[in-house]
Design a protein around this ligand. Structure first.
Ligand SMILES: Cc1ncc(COP(=O)(O)O)c(C=O)c1O
Length: 463
């Protein structure tokens, strides 16, 4: 090692050590234990390891994905139990990449073609559904069931038609859908399966991890999620060809698979003959897909690498918090449906879902307004019934409803057709969720419970 190199190493060690000291001091100066003035519905926990990794990545001055990204992808894949993890800029882009990958010409006859159908639900996040529409495919909307908030198994067989080629569903708020039923249907009809596990990192079904069932799975690392990189996401797969397609789509559509800043990984850079290009056209500038650029930076991956080490700690906290609320709120079950994941699933508890029972003498909006006014953050189950969202009513999107053989346009759905998903409709009007994330303490959850009890006392008296 030269003198300069050893000096650089010494300075790096000093900077990282100062970072550790800074993070520790900052943490000790944070608000004392006890209920917060506002209990947020979600949030992140960052500390020493995340700051040190960010500083370390800054000192590398590499900027684009490099050693931290490689390490993060490897740890994420190992933790979930898949061969490949490919980071991307968000969970939404992971969903776009996963579904678009299934349209690749490299899949031959199995590729999805415009007009093919993909099974979906309307009670969920929009960007689980959007890639279906963005790729010219037809979403087939199924109803969900309570209290799991996942697809109703009876809907699966009702929804299928000869045009159905894939199932693309999210595990709702950490609770997995019936993997036995979904995988059986997929095997029977030779369907692709994508697991949107953006809200379910760390969940399992009969001890098998979310993300290991489908051909592809997706994660989000937005701060509300189990681990964070700020913005960020990942596509997971066991399949080498799907991996190659996702990487191509993520990285401008290129055929070359060199990491940023590297050349000639294939050792045949000027020896390919592809498309109708002349022999030897630089592989670096050869494009086999109509792609995007959706790559993560090394800083983000540096945070993710520290966070994935803490996933089990975060999951334990989330499960503890959910168990606390289930205990504390049992006496409110005459008014609220409490969340109940399928007994075969160990939920990752993204949030704690509550539905106001139809016979309750108050509305969901009343309870949500009361909670917010009394310092408890709330969220809805995302789009509610997505078919009623302006994005669907403003635009003529071809779609089908489970049990109905006609493809209809979203902007022309009648009120009767919209109510063909009765549980989804109920969720849109009656459901909300409160926080159980790792940033909360038991005092916060006690506050959530106290405010809900106070609301019931006011509304229903004498409770
Ligand atoms: C189920 C689900 N899928 C996809 C996403 C999109 O993730 P991102 O915000 O990282 O784009 C979210 C966002 O929370 C989500 O809940």
């Amino acid at each position: 090692m030269t003198q300069v190199e050893s000096k650089l190493q010494e300075l790096r060690a000093q900077i990282l050590s100062l970072g550790r000291e800074y993070a520790r001091l900052k943490q000790s100066a944070a608000a004392p234990e006890g209920a917060k003035a506002y209990v947020p519905a979600s949030g992140k926990l960052l500390g020493e390891a995340e700051l040190v990794n960010m500083l370390d990545a800054s000192l590398d001055m590499h900027l684009t994905a490099d050693r931290f990204n490689q390490a993060f992808e490897a740890k994420l894949a190992a933790r979930v139990g898949v061969r490949y993890a490919m980071t991307t800029v968000s969970g939404s882009s992971a969903n776009l990449l996963a579904l678009t990958a299934l349209t690749s010409p490299l899949l031959g006859e199995r590729r999805l073609k415009a007009g093919d159908e993909v099974l979906a639900v309307a009670a969920g996040f929009p960007t689980t559904v959007n890639p279906i529409v963005q790729n010219g495919l037809i979403p087939v909307f199924m109803d969900v069931s309570l209290p799991s908030y996942n697809v109703a198994v009876s809907e699966l067989t009702k929804a299928i038609s000869p045009k159905t080629k894939a199932i693309f569903l999210a595990h709702t708020l950490g609770a997995m859908y019936d993997m036995d039923a979904v995988m059986e249907l997929a095997a029977e009809h030779n369907l692709w399966v994508i697991e949107d596990m953006c809200d379910a990192l760390g969940a399992s079904w009969q001890s098998k991890n979310a993300g290991t069932f489908g051909h592809l799975a997706t994660c989000s690392f937005y701060p509300a999620h189990h681990i964070t990189t700020g913005e960020g996401g990942a596509v997971l797969t066991q399949d080498a060809l799907l991996r190659r397609i996702v990487l191509s789509l993520r990285d401008w559509g290129r055929d070359c698979w060199c990491c940023p800043g590297h050349d000639n990984t294939c050792t045949r850079r000027f020896e390919w003959q592809l498309g109708r290009l002349p022999y030897g056209y630089d592989h670096k500038y050869t494009y086999s897909h109509v792609g995007y650029n959706l790559k993560l930076t090394d800083w983000q991956a540096a945070v993710g690498l520290a966070q994935i080490e803490r996933l089990d700690e975060f999951l334990a906290l989330r499960r503890q918090h959910a168990a606390f609320l289930l205990r504390e709120l049992t006496d409110l079950s005459p008014w609220f449906i409490l969340p109940e994941p399928d007994p075969r699933c160990e939920s990752a508890w993204f949030g704690f879902l509550l539905s106001v029972r139809a016979e309750a003498p108050f509305t969901r909006n009343e309870v949500v307004s009361y909670l917010e006014a009394h310092g408890v953050g709330t969220r809805l189950l995302f789009a509610g019934n997505i078919l009623r969202q302006p994005m669907f009513t403003n635009t003529a999107i071809p779609l089908r409803l489970a049990g109905d053989s006609t493809v209809r346009l979203s902007s022309e759905l009648s009120e009767a057709e919209l109510t063909q998903l009765p549980v989804t409709e109920f969720i849109m009007r009656n459901t909300f969720w409160v926080g159980v994330a790792q940033n909360l303490t038991e005092a916060d959850l006690a506050q959530t419970s106290a405010v809900l009890h106070a609301f019931i006392n006011e509304k229903c008296g004498g409770h």
